[in-house]
Design a binder for this molecule. Structure first.
Ligand code: 7TS
Length: 412
C-alpha cells in the first residue's frame, strides 16, 4: 500500500515506492544524492498526475461541465492540503506559483515595489541562493534602495548580532533562507523573525530546502511570507506555494494580469479577484498542483518527525564517514544542519570528482549551487555536495565514500 500509515520507518519499503531509485546508471545501481537540486517522485504522485490527465483534464474555475467541476474540486482541494501542510490559517493564504524563484519575484514585484522606496533597505543573508538575491537586487536598483547582507561565521551560521545591527528604520523587508542549500545550515528563523517584528519589519522565509526535511508551521513561525518548491519535496516540477499572511496579500497589488485574476473587466477599469486568485493569472498548473498535494500527504503519512530523525542519523553518519577521509574538508559545519554535506577534496576539482562519481552511478551536485556569494565567502569556486532525502541509506553514503577514495586514487 503506497499511502498507508506506517508503524516503522522502513526505508527499503519507502524506496520501492520511488521507481527512479531502482534504476541503474552505467550498469551500476543508482545512488541518488542530489536531492537539494530536486527529489525523486513516489509512484502515488506519478499516478495522480496520470489520473488527472486520463480522467478529469479540463480548465478550472470556468466550466459548468463535469470535468471542469471535478478538476476545480481537485485543484482547490490540493490548495487546502497545502494549507494544512504548512498550517496556514486559510486557503486564501496559499498562492500557487512555479516554485520558490517565482514566489520571491512575486513578493519583490508586488509588496516590494509598493513598500520599498529610495533610501530604504532590504535585508538578506550571506548564505542565499541566487533566487533570494537577484529579485531584491533588481528591486533595489529600480528604487534606489540598499541591499544589506547579514553576515555569517566560518561554520556557515548566521551572525545574529550582525543581523540585528542591520535592522534599522530604513529596512522594509527581510528575506532569508530557512535552510541553506549550499551549506545545509538551519537558520534561527524564529529569533530572526522576532527581532524583525520588534521593529515592524515583515519577513519572507525561503523554504525551498526546509519543506522537504522539517515540519513547517507558518503560524508558529509567524513569518509573513514563506516559499515552497514542490519538486524538492517529492512533487512535480513547475509547481510551488507562496504563503502570505492574508492581510498582507490583501493589501498588495496584483502581479501578472490576465484571466482568472479579475472579477470584471472593461476597457476603462478592471476589478481584481479575491485572494488567492488575485495572484493567479491564466490557466494554472492544475495537474502538478494535484500532484504536489499528494506528495505533501505522502510526507505527512511518513511523519515529518520520523523523516527528520532518519535524516539526522544519515547526516551524522555521512559527516563522520566523510570527515574520516584523508584530504577531505566539509564546508558548512553549523550546529543545526539539514541533510546536506558540501565538501572539497584536496587537489581535485569538484567537477572531476563529480564526473568520476557519476560513472560509479553516484549522483551528486558539483559547482557553486546557485550560491556564488557563499563560494566567494570561503574563497573557493565550487564544492561537491551530497544532499540526502528520507529514502537514502547508510549504504548510499558508504558508496559515496568508496567513490571518493576512487576519485583520489585516480587523481592523486
Ligand atoms: N532557494 C533555495 C534555498 C534553493 O535551494 C533553491 C533551489 C531555490 C531557492 C530555487 O528554487 P526553484 O525551485 O525555484 O528552482 N536550489 C537548487 C540547488 O541547490 N541545486 O539546484 C537547485
Amino acid at each position: 500500500m503506497s499511502t498507508g500509515v506506517r508503524k516503522e520507518f522502513d526505508v527499503s519499503a519507502i524506496r520501492a515506492e520511488f521507481p527512479a531509485l531502482s534504476r541503474s546508471v552505467y550498469g551500476k545501481p543508482l545512488v541518488y544524492l542530489d536531492n537539494a537540486a530536486t527529489s525523486q517522485k513516489p509512484r502515488c504522485v506519478i499516478d495522480a498526475i496520470t489520473r488527472y490527465y486520463e480522467e478529469i483534464n479540463s480548465n478550472v474555475h470556468r466550466g459548468v461541465h463535469k470535468l471542469s467541476q471535478d478538476a476545480t474540486h481537485a485543484y482547490e482541494g490540493a490548495r487546502e492540503t497545502m494549507q494544512r501542510f504548512i498550517n496556514a490559517r486559510s486557503p486564501k493564504e496559499v498562492i500557487w506559483v512555479r516554485g520558490t524563484t517565482e514566489a520571491v519575484n512575486l513578493v519583490a514585484q508586488t509588496y516590494g515595489r509598493s513598500h520599498v522606496g529610495a533610501g530604504d533597505a532590504v535585508v538578506i543573508t550571506a548564505m542565499e541562493h541566487h533566487s533570494n538575491i537577484v529579485p531584491w537586487q533588481m528591486l533595489c536598483e529600480e528604487k534606489g534602495a540598499e541591499l544589506r547582507v547579514a553576515p555569517m561565521n566560518e561554520a556557515g551560521e548566521l551572525d545574529l548580532e550582525g543581523y540585528q545591527a542591520l535592522l534599522t528604520d530604513e529596512v522594509k523587508i527581510v528575506a532569508a533562507p530557512h535552510v541553506s542549500n549550499a551549506l545545509g545550515t538551519v537558520n534561527p528563523v524564529q529569533r530572526m523573525i522576532a527581532l524583525a517584528h520588534e521593529r515592524g519589519i515583515p519577513v519572507l522565509l525561503d523554504g525551498a530546502q526546509a519543506a522537504p526535511h522539517l515540519e513547517v508551521d507558518v503560524q508558529d513561525l509567524d513569518c509573513d511570507f514563506y516559499t515552497v518548491s514542490g519538486h524538492k519535496m517529492f512533487g512535480p516540477t513547475g509547481i510551488g506555494v507562496l504563503y502570505g499572511k492574508e492581510a498582507l496579500l490583501d493589501g498588495m497589488p496584483p502581479w501578472h494580469g490576465g484571466g482568472d485574476m479579475i472579477r470584471s473587466v472593461t476597457f476603462e477599469k478592471t476589478e481584481y479577484n479575491d485572494l488567492p486568485h488575485k495572484f493567479e493569472a491564466g490557466t494554472p498548473n492544475i495537474a502538478d498542483a494535484i500532484g504536489l498535494a499528494v506528495a505533501a500527504d505522502y510526507m505527512t503519512k511518513l511523519g515529518l518527525d520520523r523523516i527528520a530523525k532518519w535524516e539526522h542519523e544519515l547526516l551524522a553518519y555521512g559527516t563522520e564517514l566523510l570527515s574520516g577521509l584523508e584530504g577531505l574538508k566539509i564546508i558548512g559545519t553549523a550546529a543545526e544542519k539539514a541533510s546536506v554535506i558540501s565538501f572539497l577534496i584536496d587537489g581535485i576539482h569538484p567537477h572531476d570528482a563529480g564526473t568520476v562519481l557519476d560513472r560509479e552511478g553516484i549522483a551528486i551536485r558539483v559547482g557553486h549551487h546557485c550560491a556564488q556569494p557563499v563560494m566567494d565567502f570561503y574563497g573557493i569556486p565550487a564544492t561537491s555536495r551530497a544532499s540526502m532525502a528520507f529514502y537514502n541509506t547508510r549504504e548510499d553514503l558508504d558508496a559515496l565514500a568508496a567513490g571518493i577514495v576512487k576519485v583520489q586514487e585516480l587523481f592523486g
